[in-house]
Design a protein around this ligand. Structure first.
Ligand SMILES: [Zn+2]
Length: 416
C-alpha cells in the first residue's frame, strides 16, 4: 500500500463507502487510473477523511455505511468549458443548412450567434434560468459535480450580467460547484460597428462592473479571425488581470493567431480548442502551467479535420482536459460522457487520459485542484459510483452507463 493507507489515528467517520474499486486519478498511486482495488473510503464533514483497503475499513466506525458492491468509484466529473446558459436553440438553422441554404440566406435570417444573442437577450432572468437548468441537470445525472459556465450571449452590460447571475443562481439551486467565466469578447454585437470600440466598451464598462459585483471567477476571449485579434484580446486580458481575474482563451481553433501564448503571457488558467496549435508553442504553455482544454464535441459538430497536436502535448506532459463545450451552435451536446467517447474515437485518446481530462486536469483548468478532481484525503468528497467492470467502460460507448450514486461533498445527491 502506498500513500493512501496512511490513515494514522482515524477510527470513525461520518460515512463509509466499502467494497469499491477506486479510480482515484491520483498520480501518486502508480497503477493505471490510480486504482485501488477492494477498497473503502471514509467521509467526514464533506471531505475524504480516510482511504484504505476494505479489510482495514472493518476497524472504522461510521454513522452511515454504503455498500459499494464491487462497483467503481471515481471523482465526480468536471465539465470545465460550457456555454450552457442561453436562450433558444438553433435547430431551424441546422435544418436549413442541411436543406442546402447558403451562408447569406442563413445570415439574412439572423442565424448563427446573432440568433442566440437575440434569444438570450429576450428572456427574463427567471426564463433564462428555466431554460438553462435542464441542461445542467443532464450533466449532473452523469456524475458531473463541477461545471464551468461562460457568459457571452448577452454582449451588453445588462445581459452579460444577467447570464452570470443565472449561473450563480444555478450554483445555489443544484448540488454542483459552478465556476463562472465572463466571455464578453465572444463576438461583435450588432450594436457596435467596430471591434476595437466594443473591446474598449468591455474594458471601460462591463469588466469593472462584473468584477465589482463578484460575478465572474475568470475571463475568456475568442481569439480568431471571426472573433477578436490578438491585440484586442491582449488589451482585454490586461484589463482582466488588473482586476485580479484569471484569463483563459478560445484559441487556435480555426486558425493560428498565437492566442495560446497570449494566455501564457498573462499567467492564465487554460487554453481551449487548440486544433491549430503548433508544436513549438507547447513548451511555452507547459512552462506557464496551463491546461490544454480539448473540445471534441465542437470538432465533431463542425466536421473539423485538423487535429490538435495531442501526441506532442502528451510527450511534453502538457496537462489535457476534455470538456463538452455545451453550446447551441457548435456543440449542442449535454453529455460529458458522450464527449468522452468522442475524445477517444475522434482524437484517439486513451480512456485513462480522457478520464484524467474530466477529473484531475479539468480541476486544474479551473484552478480547483486543491479541492476536487481526485480521490485523495483532504479533497472534497465529490464522487460518482459506477456499475461497471473497468473505468474504460465510461468511454467506450454512448448512453450505456450512468452512475448508480453521486455524492456532492459527501452527501448522496443521486441514487438509482
Ligand atoms: Zn467554447
Amino acid at each position: 500500500m502506498t500513500d493512501h493507507s496512511t490513515n494514522s489515528s482515524i477510527t470513525s467517520v461520518d460515512t463509509i463507502i466499502n467494497s469499491v474499486h477506486i479510480a482515484s486519478m491520483d498520480e501518486k498511486i502508480t497503477e493505471p487510473y490510480g486504482t485501488i482495488r477492494d477498497a473503502a473510503i471514509g467521509i467526514t464533514d464533506g471531505k475524504i477523511s480516510w482511504l484504505g483497503s476494505n479489510h482495514e475499513a472493518e476497524n472504522i466506525t461510521a454513522n452511515d455505511t454504503i455498500a459499494g458492491e464491487s462497483q467503481w468509484l471515481t471523482p465526480g466529473l468536471i465539465d470545465c468549458h460550457t456555454h450552457l446558459v442561453y436562450g433558444g436553440n438553433r435547430a431551424e438553422e441546422f435544418e436549413l443548412k442541411l436543406s442546402g441554404a447558403t451562408y447569406e440566406e442563413l445570415s439574412k435570417k439572423g442565424g448563427g450567434i446573432v440568433s442566440t444573442v437575440n434569444a438570450t437577450r429576450s428572456l427574463s432572468e427567471q426564463a433564462l434560468f428555466d431554460a438553462s437548468a435542464p441542461r445542467l441537470q443532464k450533466l449532473l445525472a452523469e456524475g458531473v459535480t463541477t461545471v464551468e459556465i461562460k457568459s457571452g450571449y448577452g454582449l451588453n452590460l445588462s445581459d452579460e450580467m444577467k447570464m452570470l447571475r443565472v449561473a450563480r443562481k444555478l450554483h445555489k439551486s443544484f448540488p454542483v460547484d459552478i465556476k463562472t467565466t465572463f466571455l464578453g469578447a465572444h463576438a461583435l454585437p450588432s450594436d457596435f460597428d467596430n471591434k476595437d470600440s466594443y473591446i474598449q466598451f468591455l474594458i471601460d464598462t462591463v469588466l469593472p462592473e462584473v468584477s465589482s459585483q463578484g460575478l465572474a471567477d475568470a475571463v475568456d476571449f475568442f481569439c480568431e479571425g471571426i472573433g477578436f485579434s490578438r491585440d484586442q484580446c491582449s488589451r482585454y486580458a490586461q484589463a482582466a488581470t488588473e482586476l485580479g481575474l484569471p484569463v483563459k482563451g478560445h484559441v487556435e481553433q480555426l486558425s493560428y493567431l498565437a492566442g495560446a501564448k497570449l494566455v501564457a503571457e498573462f499567467g492564465g488558467l487554460s487554453v481551449d480548442h487548440l486544433e491549430y496549435l503548433p508544436e513549438d508553442d507547447i513548451p511555452v504553455l507547459k512552462d506557464a502551467n496551463l491546461v490544454a482544454v480539448l473540445l471534441p464535441g465542437a470538432f465533431y459538430s463542425l466536421r473539423e479535420t485538423k487535429m490538435p497536436p495531442i501526441k506532442q502535448m502528451l510527450e511534453h506532459e502538457l496537462p489535457i482536459a476534455i470538456a463538452s463545450d455545451l453550446n447551441p451552435g457548435s456543440s449542442p451536446i449535454a453529455s460529458l460522457l458522450n464527449v468522452m467517447n468522442l475524445a477517444c474515437v475522434l482524437y484517439k485518446m486513451t480512456p485513462e487520459v480522457v478520464l484524467r481530462g474530466v477529473t484531475a486536469n479539468a480541476a486544474r483548468a479551473l484552478g480547483e485542484q486543491s479541492e476536487v478532481g481526485k480521490i485523495r484525503k483532504g479533497l472534497k468528497a465529490d464522487l460518482a459510483l459506477w456499475p461497471i467492470d473497468s473505468p474504460a467502460q465510461l468511454c467506450y460507448g454512448m448512453n450505456l452507463v450512468k452512475p448508480s450514486m453521486v455524492f456532492k461533498e459527501g452527501r448522496c445527491v443521486k441514487s438509482l
